[in-house]
Design a protein around this ligand. Structure first.
Ligand SMILES: Cc1cc2nc3c(=O)[nH]c(=O)nc-3n(C[C@H](O)[C@H](O)[C@H](O)COP(=O)(O)O)c2cc1C
Length: 398
């Protein structure tokens, strides 16, 4: 008899905790999708609040996206690196809009500025209309061919090699880096779900990231990429990118999920889905759209996995919704597939980062918080002999 993923997991010893990253909302943040009520503009001061909070809470890194409607990922990461201590920066890198030598120089500079905290996320972009505005006119598979050539030059440069190269997309004469990277190997992450993307991932990247598809669906994709990499004698790591809506109880979590889309109209959903399908050529995006089919009545697409965000957002369209125990159980199912890294987010990003750290981290065995005080401090939040008896009295005005 075949076992389901959850049965296999529940019988085995819990795996080591995953690595959890967060997201810098460089294209805006808010409390209600599809509404300007309580919207937060994408401003550096706010990004810094999110970054310093997640650094202190014990998240290991943050993803910074790239695109027409995002504040620039490189400039923002450089600013945030000076405001944080341990946090790593997973900075989106789009080959078509830069050159390998210039990108290598920028990467080395940011790796030095952050003292070795740079990670790169190779993304070719999935919207030809947006890419055309940036001067990129290649079709889907050509973009991956360009990315492959880009990475081969970029990798040699950041590894300290001098490069002469003449290829279909790039010509380099005596390319070199005078200022080296801090890390011996700059880790390259990747997001893309097409066959052409999988070929590039298998050959060149360290960690393959998928949007938050249901475990049963993701299993096939991971197997395909793993097999392609193995044929080249390589093994790569896997990660997932999704949102979190974690609350103390299941009902509170589902209420929060429903509230998040309570102001989205059916017309907004229909318009967004039409636009995404007309404008985008991304296989990953098509897979995400198929999960909900534009319908708001069937959004729990597998246990605790909710597709509501994808009704109006491209890319990361699913959230793990539930109490800490059930969300942790779902994470362990992903871990059983080989996922070791989760890039999370939640609306609004500051408050949801606290919720994930306070509610979910302890259940996952993570406690990365930096604290300068003793745990058993006597105050109004403590119990037992250290508790209220010796705690300072609160004044009514407080
Ligand atoms: C985790 C993750 C993050 C991504 N971040 C970005 C991004 O910041 N900017 C962007 O243009 N595309 C981003 N993408 C989409 C990629 O550009 C993707 O390669 C493109 O849509 C083509 O995808 P396909 O191989 O699935 O057809 C991301 C994808 C994933 C999985």
């Amino acid at each position: 008899m075949t076992q389901s993923v959850s049965e296999t997991v529940s019988q085995s010893v819990p795996p080591a905790p995953p690595t959890i990253f967060w997201f810098i909302p460089t294209h805006g943040d808010g409390s209600y999708l599809g509404s300007e009520t309580r919207q937060r503009p994408p401003e550096f001061g706010y990004f810094r609040e999110v970054a310093t909070a997640v650094d202190r809470l014990g998240f290991k890194g943050v993803l910074l996206p790239t695109g027409q409607s995002c504040e620039d990922s490189w400039i923002t990461a450089a600013g945030l690196a000076t405001a944080t201590e341990r946090l790593k920066f997973l900075v989106a890198l789009r080959p078509g809009v830069t050159t390998p030598v210039f990108a290598a120089r920028q990467a080395a500079a940011l790796d030095r500025l952050s003292d070795g905290r740079l990670l790169l996320n190779l993304v070719v972009g999935g919207n030809p209309r947006e890419l055309a505005a940036d001067g990129v006119f290649l079709n889907h598979d050509e973009r991956y061919a360009q990315a492959r050539e880009f990475v081969s030059i970029w990798r040699r440069l950041v590894s300290g090699e001098a490069v002469n190269h003449e290829g279909p997309y790039y010509r380099v004469e005596n390319g070199r880096l005078d200022f080296p990277t801090v890390q011996e190997h700059l880790p390259l992450y990747f997001g893309g779900s097409s066959d052409a993307g999988h070929d590039v991932a298998a050959e060149q990247v360290d960690l393959y990231l998928s949007w938050g598809e249901p475990p049963a669906q993701l299993a096939g994709k991971i197997a395909a990429v793993r097999e392609k990499a193995a044929r080249l004698g390589r093994s790569i790591r896997f990660g997932i990118r999704l949102h979190f809506i974690v609350r103390e109880t299941e009902s509170e979590a589902w209420e929060a999920a429903n509230r998040l889309i309570s102001r989205v109209s059916d017309q907004q959903i229909a318009d967004a889905q039409k636009r995404f399908s007309q404008e985008m050529d991304s296989v990953g995006q098509a897979r995400m759209a198929a999960l909900h089919g534009g319908r708001r009545d069937k959004l729990e697409i597998s246990p605790n996995l909710w597709a509501g965000i994808g009704l109006v957002r491209t890319g990361a369209g699913t959230a793990l919704v539930g109490d800490p125990q059930s969300v942790a159980a779902r994470i362990r199912e992903y871990q059983a597939l080989g996922i070791d890294t989760i890039v999370g987010s939640g609306y609004p990003h500051l408050e949801e980062a606290y919720r994930v750290a306070e509610l979910l981290f302890p259940v996952l065995g993570l406690d990365g918080r930096r604290t300068t005080v003793r745990r058993q401090i006597a105050n109004e939040f403590s119990v037992g002999s250290h508790g209220p008896a010796s705690a300072p009295t609160l004044h009514a005005a407080e």
